[in-house]
Design a protein around this ligand. Sequence first.
Ligand code: NAD
Ligand code: MG
Length: 385
Amino acid sequence: MKKVSIFGATGSVGTSTLDLIGRDTDGYQVVALTAHHDVAALAAAARKHDARLAVIGNVALHDQLREALAGSGIETAAGPEALVDAARIDVDWTMAAIMGCAGLEPTLAALERGRTVALANKESLVSAGSLMMDAARSSGATLLPVDSEHNAIFQCLAGGRLAEVRKITLTASGGPFRTMPLEAMRTVTPAQAVKHPNWSMGAKISVDSATMMNKGLELIEAAHLFPIGLNRIEILVHPQSVIHSMVEYRDCSTLAQLGSPDMRIPIAHALAWPERIATPCTPLDLATIGRLDFEAPDDSRFPALRLARQAAEAGGIYPAVLNAANEVAVAAFLGGRTGFLEIATIVEETLSGYSAQTPRRIEDILEADRSARMAAGRILERVQV
Ligand code: NAD
Ligand code: MG
């Protein structure tokens, strides 16, 4: 039996993970499940999967969680420190699927502990990639990428060695506004932005897909996971989301991983690796799909791509600042406090207020994250709608 813990258990990735685990109750023992505020969903999942511990991020909700789990024998805890403590509990496999930089400390704690960490929480790798990769190396942890593109690259790399790779191509759907003129983007609503053409995901990453910041974050994520140099990682728009990414080797052989746009496929890969398990997902039917299209990304309508590449090239604290400002701007957009095009403006202005600094410890990253959130908040007041 594999002992597993799931961070962000009530989210889109978390529930997909529990869906797979629930199909093989003899194969897995659920140790810890966490969520931020959805007490009812967390308690229901903890009872259903017979978890040992349920942790709620928001301390004010601890009593509600205790009540919801009364008589179940399931332990409860609350708050950011309790999340980190839960990540230190020894399990075979951890799913890191908290949304945003809030996942940084628990994800790092899981990597420091060792064993296997399936990583969906890309923001932690964007903000603190070098420290995360160092932690995994020191503890001997196996880091398995769950983001569909990075999982695809990981699978393609089974066909050769990183030293033999000439180019990595990250595919991007282009999001719901792929063909929309810039002027029309000015007035798009949160409801339009979260309506992704191919994937069903949490609200924040859906907005990131609409601005294409998601692909920018993924570029930084890829540069840490597969260190071949930023200039050898390119982005290609592929509206059908069938090819999840590609690796070109020096002999001009290109390997790609394909599949239906269902996150349970990369999650199942990370859950069973190095083996494979059956999933309930729809197999690919290329005859019905008929054609696959590709186009170059448009940096002028999607400036987030340029901002992310610049932050990645500058390195140091810039990716953490980019990520923090983006989280603030996306939350403001979702809350109706700023417009869609202002997201990139807020990120760009926040970045311009920083000079180069090399973070040495996790505290340096957390400080950059805090200060960038405040700076972005001040800029937001000026660009409110
Ligand atoms: P979601 O919004 O559906 O769920 C987020 C989860 O994190 C929830 O369980 C929530 O309770 C928890 N959470 C949020 N804020 C928290 C906080 N401050 N403290 C503790 N817990 C908190 O998000 P999602 O779509 O499942 O995405 C999760 C992560 O996976 C993100 O980093 C995202 O970029 C990445 N990812 C998601 C997908 C996808 O298809 N949904 C694909 C690739 C990568
Ligand atoms: Mg992705």
